[in-house]
Design a protein around this ligand. Structure first.
Ligand code: TYM
Length: 336
């Protein structure tokens, strides 16, 4: 049960692939440390994944293995409510209501919608368009204070705030207006192959997955695109040296070193020394996570217990909010 003296955090990740380094550094890594200070809700956003065609068996498998990866990244199920989005039907229901308070123009401006349309030209479905209303529902059901996400989700969080404010203005105080909580370093990890685009599972060569084997991680970093600078190789300058700056962000995130410390560490050295060092640091950071996730994936009964208890706790909170919303908008109270 929630502790009312604590503030609330909530976030989710689509189980449309294994977690990658961007998901980890931009989001999950920061979640584990929040568990004592906040009431925390984290979920597998399986309904969102349906906006892009999925193999049903794979989606089902990944929704559960993602839970194992969450726990391996340090999310203790005793301290965090971990659940599968589709197990809490209030998400879809509030999503519909909020669709009616989200404007066509607002949805049309979403960068993720435009990107996904470009990548899935043969499947530009309604769900892809109204995705942000469902995301607003995911968030507002739990009345969180903060939504810990990477930079790319800031726009969706801002739309959530606008929808919450609009709803509150019409019906009186109903939703808490949440703020995005974005890390200073790691909020936008770029592809290792095309450092001007964000790291994403749709580009497997430029993407490091937390379940990748050490030799694959090493190879991906050895091949990472840098630049032809021979004067001041390891120097943070995202505008002119996007590849190197991205590697520095990754190195800084996993080692805790500042950019100045990293520049000093590799002063006078070329990329031949720097790239494998970043790869090694990532391998060491990922090793315990991968091993723990592999162990847990084998324990299906345990994972089921965790997501069952998570859905029970999440449903309790979500149902309360949805009841208030239904009443406010004028729906007749359900008699049973
Ligand atoms: P998704 O599944 O694309 O990504 C999950 C989280 O990982 C962050 N992220 C990154 N951070 C840094 N660098 C990157 N290259 C990178 N790629 C992804 C994302 O910012 C996100 O925090 N719509 C959401 C899922 C969602 C959600 C929600 C999030 C559904 N409902 C409610 C928060 C609250 C999404 O597609 O994230």
């Amino acid at each position: 049960m929630d502790n009312n003296d604590k503030k609330t955090m909530l976030s989710g990740i689509q189980p449309s692939g294994d977690l990658h380094l961007g998901n980890y550094l931009g989001a999950v890594k920061n979640w584990a440390a929040l568990a004592d200070e906040f009431n925390c809700y984290y979920f597998m956003a399986d309904l969102h994944s349906l906006t892009v065609r999925q193999d049903p068996k794979e989606l089902r498998r990944r929704s559960v293995t993602q839970l194992a990866q969450y726990i391996a990244c340090g999310l203790d199920p005793e301290k965090n409510t971990l659940f599968i989005q589709s197990h809490v039907h209030e998400h879809a229901e509030l999503g519909w209501i909020l669709n009616c308070y989200t404007m066509f123009g607002e949805l049309s401006r979403m960068t993720q919608f435009k990107d996904k349309c470009a990548k899935n030209a043969d499947n530009i479905n309604g769900g892809l368009f109204t995705y942000p209303s469902l995301m607003a529902a995911d968030i507002l059901l739990y009345q969180p204070d903060y939504v810990p996400v990477g930079e790319d989700q800031k726009q969706h969080c801002e739309l959530t705030r606008d929808v919450a404010i609009r709803f509150n203005n019409i019906y009186g105080e109903t939703f808490k207006v949440p703020e995005p909580y974005i890390p200073k370093v790691g909020a936008r990890i770029m592809s290792l192959g095309t450092p001007t685009s964000k790291m994403s599972k749709s580009d497997p060569q430029g993407c490091v997955f937390i379940m990748d084997k050490p030799e694959d991680i090493a190879r991906k970093f050895r091949r990472a695109v840098t630049d032809s600078d021979t004067e001041r190789c390891v120097h943070y300058d995202p505008q002119n040296k996007p590849g190197v700056s991205n590697l520095m962000s990754i190195y800084s995130s996993v080692t805790g070193k500042t950019f100045e410390q990293i520049e000093r560490e590799f002063d006078g050295q070329g990329y031949g020394a720097f790239k494998p060092a970043v790869g090694d640091a990532v391998i060491e950071a990922m090793r315990p996570i991968r091993e723990e996730a592999e162990r847990m994936i084998a324990d299906k009964a345990y994972l089921k217990d965790v997501y069952t208890e998570g859905a029970r706790r999440a449903s309790h909170v979500a149902a309360k909010t949805l009841r208030r919303v239904y009443k406010k908008v004028g729906l007749v109270e359900k008699p049973f």
